[in-house]
Design a protein around this ligand. Structure first.
Ligand code: NAG
Ligand code: NAG
Ligand code: NAG
Ligand code: NAG
Ligand code: NAG
Length: 519
């Protein structure tokens, strides 16, 4: 007699969460296809771009995003080493001096960078149409250095190669995190925002005249501070506005305010730290602190960006910043940022940093503890890169997508809708409960989709899942069954999508994100 087994496949559902979805976006913010952009530590800039030939791995990582959104990449080159850079016309590419690695920082920033013309010309290897922000040394307080660097940057962008590719110098930035100069020896310990503004105006006058900004489309990023006092008396956008930076001759070229933010500074990671990073409430409290600064900026009619950001200082905390959990953090952080008026977030990257989206070069030392790698690690993407891909797909190529956070009453579930011409097209959901190894049951949440407002209620959808083993995984993610962890950064594997019915809803396990496309 034949035996029959009836297998019931029951999802392990621990909770039902109602997702209220407005059918129209109202005045929700428009989102740029390059909402997730990159900030590159400039000491090893040529390792990203290539010096005599293009670094195709890095090019492909950006080109993948362009292919999805049709929007040009925007990239900032600068940061800490920006204030340690000088120009020498007799050097072809660059000469940089690096301190020895430590166990917490495997790939320290250069203490001195001497750039030649080829350093700036490396930008010609970026995808056509890329818009660049380049940082100029203000820390050195040396007018000649500002003058020579500005000239070299402008000359590079005027070259035929750059013009033909439509690669543009969109912004100059004068000085990185000048609010920290009083701590790092670049200024007196009493350095304040009033002194900063006066000095900045002097140096930026030379920079703007040298770059002939009056006759060009290049503008200036203002502020670029590490922290914010959120007051008119300390380092903050409000502080430089109160000191009349905007009405100064060079200040008239500031059309964007940039601020920097990290969620904290923890040099040794742990699982609790990863859950903190991923948690919906801490993401919101980290970003909401900037609402007064954003408001003050928008009141002046200026754009607002996070010109440098990432998870934790020390180039990332090991087993936290380099993980799949950090990819979910990136998704929620960037999308929530869009909701409070941050038009782009430049995720900071350096060769070998733990919190990179992309490792564009062969690494001979571990990013986590500096031990020698044998064999070396080939160029590869890290988990956060999937967040850039998912956000790109969510925004799409309409050129006019609005994003709206759904008001989901669940501490672990975030969701955002994406609307084109006022109609709901897609949604992203994130389950930020960290699923850690050693835990046997993986909780799952059932999303009950409810609709309100005017518009056509969708009845069905297709979806792609960002599938993650454990929150601490540093690799092995798949998105729609595919991988970007390939030797050339092009997507590999066969696309698999699921289909579903709106009335049935969606299950989302702990530590997963999904992109839903409504029909
Ligand atoms: C150009 O880059 C390659 C690869 O990073 C490096 O090996 C080479 O030394 C660089 N050349 C110069 C002249 O800096
Ligand atoms: C900028 O400063 C440099 C160095 O002092 C000087 O040679 C140059 O003439 C200045 N440019 C302008 C426009 O003031
Ligand atoms: C200022 O910068 C120029 C050009 O980089 C350099 O030659 C000069 O030595 C610098 N001056 C000081 C005081 O560092
Ligand atoms: C920012 O997030 C971290 C977790 O990543 C948290 O520890 C910290 O308290 C948050 N800061 C604020 C101001 O909310
Ligand atoms: C989920 O949605 C269905 C209708 O689609 C509704 O009948 C049910 O009450 C909802 N469950 C919860 C917990 O809200």
């Amino acid at each position: 007699m034949q035996a029959f087994w009836v297998t019931l496949i029951l999802p392990l559902v621990s909770a039902v969460t109602v997702v209220p979805i407005p059918l129209s976006p109202g005045d929700a913010p428009s989102v740029n296809g390059n909402l997730v952009s990159l900030s590159i530590e400039q000491d090893r800039w040529l390792d990203w771009s290539g010096n005599t030939t293009r670094n195709t791995f890095f090019f492909n990582t950006l080109d993948n995003l362009v292919a999805i959104t049709g929007d040009d990449p925007t990239i900032r080159i600068g940061a800490d080493s920006e204030d340690h850079t000088n120009f020498n016309p007799n050097i072809q590419f660059v000469q940089a001096a690096f301190p020895p690695p430590t166990t917490t920082v495997s790939y320290p920033e250069a203490t001195s960078v001497v750039a030649g013309p080829g350093f700036y010309q490396g930008a010609k290897f970026l995808p056509p149409g890329t818009g660049v922000t380049w940082g100029v040394n203000f820390g050195g307080k040396n007018l000649t250095a500002v003058f020579l660097e500005t000239q070299a940057i402008v000359n590079a962008f005027a070259s035929e190669a750059m013009q033909d590719a439509g690669i543009t110098l969109d912004f100059l930035e004068l000085g990185n995190e000048a609010d920290l100069y009083k701590n790092n020896g670049l200024r007196a310990s009493t350095y304040n925002v009033a002194q900063y503004t006066t000095e900045w105006i002097t140096f930026a006058t030379n920079m703007s005249l040298t770059a002939k900004l009056a006759g060009s489309d290049t503008r200036i990023w203002g502020a670029a501070f590490a922290e914010s006092s959120h007051t008119t008396t300390g380092f903050s956008p409000q502080g430089i506005f109160a000191n009349n930076i905007l009405t100064s001759a060079p200040g008239k070229f500031i059309n964007t305010i940039s601020q920097h933010h990290y969620s904290g500074s923890f040099c040794a990671g742990n699982a609790g730290l990863l859950q903190d990073l991923m948690t919906k409430a801490t993401i919101r409290s980290n970003l909401s602190a900037y609402i007064p600064d954003i408001q003050a900026t928008q009141d002046k009619g200026l754009d607002y960006v996070f010109g440098e950001t990432n998870s934790y200082a020390c180039q990332g905390a090991p087993t936290v910043s380099n993980t799949a959990g950090a990819a979910l953090w990136t998704l929620d952080y960037a999308l929530f940022g869009s909701q409070i008026g941050i038009s782009r977030l430049f995720f900071h990257e350096g060769i070998g940093y733990k919190y990179n989206l992309i490792q564009p070069e062969t690494l001979t030392m571990s990013t986590l503890d500096g031990h020698v790698l044998n064999p070396p690690l080939q160029p590869h993407v890290q988990p956060q890169y999937y967040a850039a891909i998912i956000i790109a797909e969510a925004i799409g190529d309409s050129g006019n997508t609005q994003a709206l956070e759904f008001n989901i009453n669940d501490a672990r579930i975030s969701g955002y809708g994406f609307y084109e011409s006022g109609s709901l097209k897609r949604a992203v959901f994130i389950n930020s409960l960290a699923f850690l190894s050693g835990t046997t049951t993986r909780p799952s949440t059932h999303l009950n989709l409810t609709f309100s407002g005017s518009g056509t209620k969708p009845t069905s959808f297709s979806l792609k899942r960002l599938v993650i083993g454990h929150a601490t995984d540093g690799s092995g993610l798949t998105y729609g069954g595919q991988t970007y962890e390939t030797s050339n950064a092009r997507v590999g594997g066969t696309l698999t999508t699921e289909t579903g019915t709106v009335s049935v809803g969606i299950d989302i396990p702990a530590t997963q994100a999904i992109l839903v496309s409504f029909n």
